[in-house]
Design a protein around this ligand. Structure first.
Ligand SMILES: [Zn+2]
Length: 193
């Protein structure tokens, strides 16, 4: 899911710091390539901006998405899950809605041989960066109002900043790596204090 992939583009670097995978053009390009099928699925066409142009727009939108995830997630995440400074909740909503608005109003379309109709968009322009961020913002709106929201979690492992969709009710950590690290940490704390 695009919005979740954008939120996950910043992560714990394994050494107590943060790794921003959108910090350079190569990282942005890799993200764009991974996201391309989902972007095309939402837009009904591809949007291929240059990494240099897309990078800052994606980082900007990531701040908005992570703030909205922090507001939505239950139980509430520890403050450290917020990589950027917290946004005013209304400002976050306005920025997300403005970004999604570039796609225009949803249109019902129905291909001749399809059994069901789909939603397409009538974008307000052809700027590839704004089409891309529009698709990500659209994905965030659909997710935040959809059935998967109840599975959104903030990983509670120390220094991890990842949001993830809980695959089953017993899943606590975003990944086995975080689970193992925390088990080791807890063992260390128990035996040393
Ligand atoms: Zn984690």
């Amino acid at each position: 899911m695009l919005a979740l992939e954008l939120a996950a583009s910043v992560r714990h670097d394994g050494h107590g710091g943060l790794l921003d995978t959108l910090a350079d053009d190569a990282g942005v390009q890799a993200w764009l390539e991974r996201a391309a099928p989902s972007v095309t699925e939402i837009l009904g066409r591809s949007a291929v901006p240059s990494p240099a142009a897309a990078g800052p727009a994606l980082v900007d939108l990531r701040v908005v998405v992570r703030n909205l995830f922090a507001r939505a997630v239950r139980p509430a995440p520890p403050q450290r899950a917020e990589v950027a400074a917290p946004l005013d909740p209304d400002a976050a909503l306005r920025r997300l809605n403005r970004t999604a608005d570039y796609l225009g109003a949803p249109q019902l379309s129905w291909l001749d041989d399809a059994t069901a109709p789909t939603t397409t968009w009538s974008p307000r322009g052809s700027d590839p960066v704004r089409l891309l961020t529009g698709a990500v913002a659209r994905s965030a709106i659909d997710f935040l109002t959809g059935p998967d929201l109840v599975r959104l979690r903030a990983c509670p492992a120390a220094r991890c900043v990842r949001y993830f969709l809980q695959a089953d009710p017993r899943q606590t950590w975003c990944s086995p790596t975080c689970g193992n690290r925390e088990r080791v940490n807890r063992h260390y704390r128990r035996t040393n204090h």
